[in-house]
Design a protein around this ligand. Sequence first.
Ligand code: AMP
Length: 463
Amino acid sequence: MTDTSFPSLPLSDQLLSNLSSLGYETMTPIQAASLPLILKGQDVIAQAKTGSGKTAAFGLGLLSNLNVKRFRVQTLVLCPTRELADQVAKEIRRLARAIHNIKVLTLCGGMPFGPQIGSLEHGAHIVVGTPGRIEEHLRKERLCLAELNTLVLDEADRMLDMGFQATVDAILEATPKQRQTLLFSATYPPEIQAIADRVMKSPKVVTVAEEKSQSTIEQRFFEVRDEEHRREAAMQLLFDNKPQSTIVFCNTKRECQDVADELRSHGIEALALHGDLEQRDRDRTWVRFSNRSASVLVATDVAARGLDMDDLDLVINYHVALDAEVHVHRIGRTGRAGQKGKAYTLFSGREIRKVRALEEEQNITVEESALPEQDLDLAWFPKPEMSTLQIDGGKKDKLRPGDILGGLTGKSGIEGNQVGKINVFSTYAYVAVERSTAKVALKKLGQDKLKGRQFRVREIRGR
Ligand code: AMP
């Protein structure tokens, strides 16, 4: 067995004794997998979530690269949100507390510029911040990264989700080519791989074995009598589970729209996604669902292809999929990253053959479950957590996520942590805000200028 004690690592005595004073006795799995590589100076991509001990993994790495006597910015940690940046800075200060005179500075959007400028004039070893604000300080030449030796992209997938790609690219331009780059991300979509290919040097990929995704999926099968019963069954399952995010897979476009309309008529915020929609409407539908402004997406397999979301609570197969591979692909959309997910399949007598084929293919025994029964006229369904605002301006207007975030927060605005995903397209953009703050957010964006211009903003509702 490999040694997972910290003293097995080439860390300074100061760092080691501090770790033991913090009560960190053994490495967490992600630390054990990544720290030996990080301390060798290699570029590392680590798939790790908050709570895994990832901050200490890169924190110990960047502290080992630090020359305290040289009072220049040697490390930059980019985080998607101010909350995360604050958390990361706090953990780095804890890890560094045995080393004298280390200066860790946080630079985040939504905070006044004055004090940040003052702190930058005083200098720092380590900067932790959000992309928009860091880029701004770089542009105004208040921050110099010429002596940077370590760059950390934390929660890189979330940064991309929030549309920070271009900003991160601009920041990278300002860093020396000779540097160690560490990328931490809860998921590993192709976009992350693309970034890694561009900005990292032969990165080592580290993942920590999680329970196999299939075992985190609770699969159940429900028999229905006919099409009317099928519709009712889908509704019963939704009302019974009250999940935040569900995809219902249908085999035809027509069925998608019908099922979505039926769910809406029962007060469930459902949207249909299928090939008859214009690209713009498809984008908008996916944005609203993936940013949690809609509870249910009723989709065909083709329309949902390539669209990815981590935290789906439930997948409902409205019909049994046409083949077993499609079925496995559908249900694999829930139960990601070790989270629990549910996959329910409705089948009629006419679909029994397909169910048997699934049993064989998946090596499972299908036991029929009983459908919940409640009076659908009395049932209630929670409203989605977020609401989507559409801004009639986009990349062509040089509008960036940071501008939108900045426009929403600050004086008489909302808090940064009440802002969700931001998606900027060429001529329009969407931003998710906590539902209860939608009015305030709308007012703030409607009153203030973004990039010196007034854009039309409205809340998206309906189908
Ligand atoms: P993180 O995933 O970085 O947010 O870390 C989660 C928590 O685990 C933080 O509160 C850390 O202080 C703590 N932690 C990190 N590494 C260790 C360790 N090796 N032993 C005990 N606690 C740790």
